[in-house]
Structures are given as structure tokens and as C-alpha cells.
Design a protein around this ligand. Structure first.
Ligand code: TUI
Length: 314
């Protein structure tokens, strides 16, 4: 079985995290992943603290395994959600879209393992100094808020720069990419897009269908002009947004265009006005299946590939 220091650190069977996708990763999905031997993560996104607490309680009722909460640092509720994570003493907090420095002490005092998602070497080093238990190096192949670098070049640089364990994210939907990440020095992997096809993932059927039908060039990045690049499916909404970005439209109006678009995708399956966040690996997601089966099959495939890796050596 494929094991790493992450398994011992967190008491989980497989070194595989499910990304804490905003609006999508709820207590039910997180519990299903944790019951399958990975680490399920509730995505707090822009949700108010009490909504997040409710999802944490749902996860606690569905699993006795460890799970995490992802705190989206650009959320207007980040302070309160950070507090709720501490009060509920979740096993792990992951963070995204910013620097979680100001919350580190709060979480560490609550006995929580803090594992920030980073898109640069500098932030990875800063997080290690502040006591992060590990970092997740996320390349720009991922869905949602993206950094500049690809997983292929970011991961080895972060592995060189820090002594804490590094997990890889961005572009990983299968055992093949997971095996590659381990070969490059990762101690674990995080998958987001692949879990959109989980049976326990409650996104609108239209969203799921779009993921299952996605092909290689199906995603694009918008939002660079306002400093928050986001990868999503190349829908009419994304194309129109991109056009608006290159027009003379004022920043405030451009910002308004995106408000509520993720909810419209997740809950309404609105192809015209919804923003369907997805990573480049959507094209590799082929079928709907239980979350536990995703965890097991990705790890098993990675293990077989790593066992066979000696064939390259004379
Ligand atoms: O955060 C993510 N993925 C996300 S967040 C999200 S919700 C959102 N919607 C619209 C705009 C922005 C966010 C959807 N998907 N992944 C982790 C991640 N973090 N990727 C990139 C970063 C990041 C970027 C800049 C982390 C830190 C950072 O700056 C740190 C600093 O010190 O300035």
C-alpha cells in the first residue's frame, strides 16, 4: 500500500486529500472521502461561520475519521470561520487564496494541523517558519483561484525549499499524475476536479455532465485584470467575462459580473450565467463513482506505477 509521513501525521490510510472546493465540498462529501481512507475537506468558501459549523457537525455525524476545513482567506467571513474551525477542533485546516499567518497561533493552540495551499516558494517558506505541519503546492492547472506556475515546476522547487512534507495539487486526477508527484518528492496529493464526479458530490447534474464531457482545451483563466485569476470551464459566461476584461468596462462593473456566478453553476446548473470552476484535468474525469472508489483507485494505480518504475533502469 502507498504510505507516507502524511498518513502517520494525520492517522489516515492514504496520503490523498480532497480539495476544499467552495460551494461544493460539504460535510457529506468530506465524510465520504475520509471514510474511504483519504482526508475529506469541507470548503468554507464565502459561507458565514454558522453554515460552516453546520457542515462540520454533519461530517462529524457521518465519520469518525479525521477531516479538514478549507478557509478561503479572501472571504468576508474568514475571521469567524477561522474561529469556528478552532472551536470545533477539526483535525486539519487548509487555507487558500492568501497568507494565513494571522490565524496560525489560534489553530495551533486548538491542536489543529495547519496545511496551507501555496502557489510560490516564498509563501511555502514563510508557512514553514510559522509552524505549518505541511504545505500543499498547487500549480495553475487547478480549478478556481490559480497561481502563475505549473505543478511540474512548482512542486520540486517547494520540495527543495522546505523540510516539512509537501503535497501536490493541480492537474492530478489519476494515479499516473499522483505517481509522478510522489516521484518529484511529494508526500501526498490533493485532488479537486476528480471529486466533482463523486456520487456524494451534490453539484447540479448539468455541472457533473459538463465535467464528464470536458476535453483538453475546455478550461480557461479569467480575472487577471482584477488580480484574481480563476480557472473555469470555457462557457459563454467565461468567454463573455474575458471579453469584458479586455473592454473599457470599469473595474467595479467587471467585479459585479462575477458575483453569484459560482452559486448559479453549482445550484442551478446555469450554463449561460454560471461559473463552472474546473481544473485542466477535467478531461481525464470519465465516470461518476463513489468517493471511496476514487480514493482507492487513484492510490492503487499510483502504487502499481511506482512499483513498475524500475523498468526504466538497466
Ligand atoms: O484558493 C484556491 N482555490 C480557490 S479559492 C476560490 S474562491 C475565489 N473566487 C474568486 C476569486 C478568488 C477566490 C476558488 N478556488 N487555491 C489555493 C491557492 N492559493 N491558489 C493560489 C493561492 C494563493 C495566491 C496568492 C495563495 C496565496 C497568495 O498570496 C499570498 C500572499 O502572501 O500574498
Amino acid at each position: 500500500m502507498l504510505k507516507s509521513v502524511i498518513c502517520e501525521m494525520l492517522g489516515i490510510r492514504y496520503p490523498l486529500f480532497q480539495g476544499g472546493m467552495a460551494w461544493i465540498a460539504d460535510g457529506r462529501l468530506a465524510a465520504a472521502v475520509s471514510n474511504g481512507g483519504g482526508l475529506g475537506i469541507i470548503g468554507a468558501g464565502n459561507a458565514p461561520a454558522e453554515v460552516v459549523r453546520k457542515e462540520i457537525r454533519i461530517a462529524k455525524s457521518l465519520t469518525d475519521q479525521p477531516f479538514g476545513v478549507n478557509i478561503m482567506l479572501m472571504s468576508p467571513f474568514a475571521d469567524e470561520v477561522a474561529q469556528v474551525a478552532a472551536e470545533e477542533q477539526v483535525a486539519v485546516v487548509t487555507t487558500g487564496a492568501g497568507n494565513p499567518g494571522k490565524y496560525m497561533e489560534l489553530w495551533q493552540k486548538a491542536g489543529i494541523k495547519v496545511i496551507p495551499v501555496v502557489a510560490s516558494v516564498a509563501l511555502a517558506k514563510r508557512m514553514e517558519r510559522l509552524g505549518a505541519a505541511a504545505v500543499i503546492a498547487e500549480g495553475g492547472e487547478s480549478g478556481g483561484h490559480v497561481g502563475e506556475l505549473t505543478t511540474m515546476v512548482l512542486l520540486p522547487q517547494i520540495c527543495d525549499a522546505v523540510s516539512i512534507p509537501v503535497l501536490a495539487a493541480g492537474g492530478i486526477a489519476e494515479g499516473r499524475a499522483a505517481a509522478a508527484a510522489f516521484l518529484m518528492g511529494a508526500s501526498g496529493v490533493q485532488l479537486g476536479t476528480r471529486f466533482l464526479s463523486a456520487e456524494e458530490c451534490t453539484i447540479h447534474p448539468v455541472y457533473k455532465e459538463k465535467i464528464l464531457k470536458a476535453t483538453d482545451l475546455c478550461t480557461m483563466v479569467t480575472g487577471k485584470r482584477l488580480g484574481h485569476p480563476v480557472r473555469s470551464l470555457r462557457t459563454n459566461f467565461a468567454k463573455n467575462y474575458a471579453k469584458a476584461e479586455f473592454s473599457a468596462m470599469p473595474d467595479e462593473e467587471l467585479e459585479q459580473l462575477a458575483v453569484g456566478a459560482l452559486r448559479l453553476a453549482v445550484q442551478e446548473g446555469d450554463s449561460e450565467n454560471g461559473c463552472f470552476l474546473a481544473g485542466q484535468c477535467a478531461a481525464l474525469v470519465k465516470k461518476e463513482e463513489p468517493a471511496s472508489e476514487i480514493v482507492r483507485s487513484v492510490m492503487e494505480e499510483a502504487e502499481q506505477i511506482l512499483k513498475g518504475a524500475a523498468k526504466w533502469v538497466e
